[in-house]
Design a protein around this ligand. Structure first.
Ligand code: PLP
Length: 442
């Protein structure tokens, strides 16, 4: 195994010092990563340190850094016009983008609204759901992440630090997500639990807190992302959809992190055999340029002037997005197979590590959206938060970019185009670190 050793130069230290003087604190991790350039799954920092990227920069570079087709589309468009004032004027590239996106939906499914980020796509979805149903409440899950602007934040419930000081929140109700490794209802077996999580919604949320007749929409992430890469049981969403239909509640699917082929399907919710009424996209949908998209079922239109923005329909974003979508459409079968093969490479090795090492409590995921949950011991399942952070730091020192999520989970979200040899190298690095930490923990 060829391993890089990251060197923290004076240049890196100086940039970080200046950054702290200029910018408010955000969510940055402790390790000092300052990317400067990259090619597909390899990224270099400002001092020439080289890393394998297992983050896709938070699920944005699904088709790799500096993707040639996407870059060409941006270069071509930048010569002509960047901002078309799309909510007041008309433009052709956003139409081409929209048509390319709708090819992934059932024929004549829907219409789009364009914005600039995931949270904005969700803000729009909240407003549209209220408008379409003439109801005012939204339900979402504990542990969910839908963004940080006031409406999306009302639904987000993954960490208290994200909500503290920012209330009061919009009309939202939270219910438990089927996090079967740590079942909120202490059931041992996800197959025989009879979906205690669904019963709870019926018996408590909709019977004691809010009338189903007043709920406009139910927001889901097909796989909880920021909350810990948590995959629900395969039939969960079917059961949920049945319940929502009883009350006329719209199912709103946040595909912002899980969507766009990451799980092997364009729409991650389709892994569970369920369709939603409204979909939201962000992150990789603009091929690296900021864009949010809200897709609603046809027939659900909104009155003129009731929702708009200045920058939605940015021509660089839609051109980059269209190039990516056309690439996916042309190569869908190949991409699906690639995701499956690469996922198996990760999962087989990680499951073996889970067997071998006491500190790996759970390995879960679909396609290239994989979580490794670290615990102090398999028996107590106590989250190993410091240990997880130490592993992230050590991996950075060894040339791997990975991100945490949940309390003590590491998420693996490499570009779908990651080289197989780099998967092997990454797994070797991860195993070497885990082996040493497992020994320390014993
Ligand atoms: C599932 C999900 N929804 C919404 C968002 C918010 O997107 P943005 O940061 O672009 O506002 C994120 C961001 O991490 C996300 O993962």
């Amino acid at each position: 195994m060829k391993k890089n050793k990251t060197i923290i130069t004076k240049k890196i230290k100086d940039i970080i010092k200046k950054d702290k003087e200029v910018f408010l604190t955000t969510t940055r991790m402790n390790y000092p990563f300052i990317p400067e350039s990259g090619e597909n799954d390899i990224v270099r920092d400002v001092s020439g340190n080289k890393f394998i990227d297992l983050s896709s920069f938070i699920s944005v570079y699904n088709f790799g850094i500096n993707n040639t087709e996407i870059k060409r589309a941006i270069e071509k468009q930048v010569q002509k016009l960047v901002h078309p004032g799309f909510t007041d004027f008309y433009a052709e590239p956003p139409i081409k983008f929209g048509e390319a996106l709708l090819k992934f939906f059932p024929k004549k499914f829907g219409k789009l609204f364009l914005s600039n980020s995931g949270t904005e796509a969700n803000e729009a979805a909240i407003k549209f759901a209220k408008l379409f149903t003439d109801r005012s409440y939204i339900i979402s899950f504990y542990n969910s992440f839908h963004g940080r602007t006031q409406g999306s934040l009302s639904m987000t419930s993954s960490k208290i630090v994200q909500r503290e000081h920012f209330g009061p929140f919009a009309n939202s109700v939270h219910v438990p997500f089927p996090y079967c490794y740590r079942c909120p209802f202490n059931q041992n077996d996800s197959k025989s639990c009879g979906f205690a999580c669904i019963d709870y919604i019926k018996k408590y949320a909709l019977s004691k807190e809010v009338s189903g007749k007043e709920v406009a929409g139910f927001f889901v992430e097909p796989i909880q992302g920021e909350g810990g890469y948590i995959v629900p049981p395969i039939d969960y969403f079917k059961e949920l959809k049945k319940l929502l239909e009883e009350y006329g509640i719209l199912l709103i699917d946040d595909e912002i992190q899980a969507g766009i082929m990451r799980t092997g399907k364009f729409i991650a919710l389709h892994n569970f055999g369920v369709d939603a009424d409204i979909y939201t996209f962000g992150k990789s949908i603009g091929g690296g340029i900021p864009m949010g998209v809200t897709v609603v079922k046809k027939g659900m239109d909104i009155p003129a002037g009731s929702h708009a923005n200045t920058f939605g329909g940015n021509l660089l974003a839609v051109s980059a997005g269209e190039a990516m979508l056309n690439h996916i459409y042309k190569n869908k079968n190949f991409i699906e197979k690639e995701v499956k093969t690469k996922s198996e490479l990760f999962m087989t090795r990680l499951k073996e590590m889970q067997e071998k090492y006491e500190i790996i409590g759970d390995v879960r995921g679909i396609g290239l959206m994989i979580g490794i949950e670290f615990v102090k011991s398999k028996k107590t399942k106590q989250p190993a938060i410091d240990l997880r952070n130490k592993i992230l730091q050590q991996a950075f020192d060894d040339g791997l970019i990975m991100l945490g999520c949940g309390e003590s989970t590491i998420r693996l979200i490499p570009p779908i185009t990651i080289e197989k040899k780099n998967i092997e190298t990454s797994l070797d690095i991860i195993e070497e670190i885990v082996k040493a930490e497992d020994k320390n923990n014993a």
